[in-house]
Design a protein around this ligand. Structure first.
Ligand SMILES: *[C@@H]1O[C@H](CO)[C@@H](O)[C@H](O)[C@H]1NC(C)=O
Length: 319
C-alpha cells in the first residue's frame, strides 16, 4: 500500500513539472519517468536508456504479467538492458496499477483505438518516447509476458501503425477476453485462459481489425494486412509468440494455436514447417509462410513463465 501511495504521489507531483527531455533522463539505470502526457488509466513508467545511444534508436515496449510491475519485468529481462548499447535501443517498462496489476485486455475502452483505456495510455507512452529520443518510428517493438503478451496482441491490433514487430510470451489472441468483467485471474471470466474461446482465423482477424477501424488500402481486398492511416501507409506488425505446454494458467494447446490462427489470417500465411530444438533444446519453432511475418515457439515441458529470449527477440525485431 505504501509503495502504491508513493507512486501515486510521485505521479501527481510530476504533472506540474512536465515531461523530461532526453538529456535529463539518467542513463544506464532503470529510471522512473514522472510525467509524459495524458495518462487515462494511471500507468507508471520506468525506462532504461543506455548512455551510448546513437542517432535514431529503436524503442522496445516491454509489458509485465499480472501481479507484476515494470521494475520487476526489467529484472526478468535484464538481457535487454545489457544489449541496449550494442543494439541502440531504449526499453520502456510501464506498470499497470489496476486489476491485480494486469493490463486491461477486456473492456471496450482498451479494445478500441483511442478508447481511453490502457492501450491508449501505452500508445501515448510510445509516442512520447519516440519523440523524446528522436527514435526511428519504424523501429518500435513490443514484447510482454502473460498479461503483457495478451496486451501486446491488443496493441498490435489497436495501434498497428505504431509497431513493426511483436514477440510475446504465454498469452492469448487479441480480443479473447472481450466482454470479460476483468483481465486478472481473479476478476476475469476464465473461458479464454482455459482455452475455450475458439474461432476461425478469419473470425479472429475480424476481431483484430475491429479494434482500429482504419481506412483500408486499395487493391488488397477488404481489411487485409495493409491499409492506410491518415495518408500514411501502415501494416500489421510481424508476430512471434512463445508458449510452454506445461502452462496451467493460460492453456497452451488452444491459446497458442488460436493466436497463430489470428495472425496467420491477418498476414495471409499458413504453417510451412517446424524446426526442432530451436532456439534451445526442447523448443520447436513453427514457421508460417517464409517465416518473415509469423513464427510460433512451442516450449516443451515449460510452464507459464517462458524465460525471455532477448537475443532471439532482437533478431526478430531486426536490430
Ligand atoms: C509442429 O510443431 C508443433 C508444436 O510442437 C506440433 O504441435 C505439430 O504437430 C508439429 N507439426 C508437425 C507436422 O510435425
Amino acid at each position: 500500500m505504501l509503495f502504491k501511495s508513493l507512486i501515486l504521489l510521485a505521479g501527481t507531483a510530476a504533472v506540474t513539472h512536465g515531461a523530461p527531455a532526453a538529456n535529463d533522463i539518467p542513463r544506464d539505470v532503470l529510471t522512473q519517468i514522472p510525467s509524459w502526457g495524458s495518462n487515462p488509466t494511471n500507468l507508471v513508467l520506468h525506462l532504461y536508456a543506455p548512455s551510448k545511444l546513437t542517432a535514431k534508436p529503436a524503442i522496445i515496449l516491454a509489458l509485465h504479467g499480472c501481479f507484476g510491475s515494470g521494475p520487476g519485468f526489467a529484472d526478468a529481462t535484464k538481457g535487454y538492458q545489457t544489449l541496449s548499447s550494442s543494439h541502440n535501443f531504449v526499453v520502456l517498462y510501464p506498470s499497470s496499477i489496476n486489476d491485480n496489476n494486469c493490463w486491461d485486455v477486456a473492456s471496450p475502452s482498451s479494445l478500441t483505438r483511442d478508447g481511453g483505456g490502457d492501450s491508449t495510455g501505452l500508445a501515448t507512452i510510445v509516442r512520447w518516447a519516440t519523440t523524446t529520443f528522436n527514435a526511428d518510428p519504424k523501429k518500435v517493438f513490443i514484447t510482454g509476458s502473460s498479461s503483457g503478451c495478451m496486451m501486446s496482441n491488443v496493441m498490435a491490433s489497436a495501434y498497428p501503425d505504431l509497431f513493426s514487430a511483436v514477440s510475446c510470451y504465454s498469452g492469448v489472441p487479441a480480443g479473447c477476453l472481450a466482454g470479460s468483467p476483468g483481465s486478472s485471474p481473479i476478476s476475469a471470466d476464465q473461458s479464454c485462459a482455459q482455452g475455450k474461446i475458439r474461432k476461425t482465423g478469419e473470425e479472429w482477424a475480424e476481431v483484430v481489425r475491429g479494434m482500429a477501424p482504419l481506412p483500408r488500402g486499395k487493391g488488397k481486398g477488404k481489411g487485409k494486412g495493409k491499409g492506410n492511416c491518415k495518408g500514411k501507409e501502415w501494416k500489421y506488425p510481424k508476430v512471434q509468440t512463445w508458449h510452454g505446454d506445461n502452462d496451467f494458467f493460460v492453456n497452451y494447446f488452444h491459446n497458442f494455436e488460436e493466436q497463430l490462427k489470428q495472425w496467420g489470417a491477418i498476414h495471409e500465411v499458413e504453417w510451412t514447417r517446424n524446426e526442432t530444438n530451436v532456439p534451445v533444446p526442447g523448443y520447436t519453432k513453427m514457421v508460417y509462410g517464409d517465416g518473415s511475418k509469423l513464427v510460433g515457439y512451442h516450449a516443451n515441458g515449460v510452464g507459464h513463465v517462458v524465460p525471455q529470449e532477448e537475443e532471439v527477440d532482437l533478431e526478430w525485431f531486426g536490430i
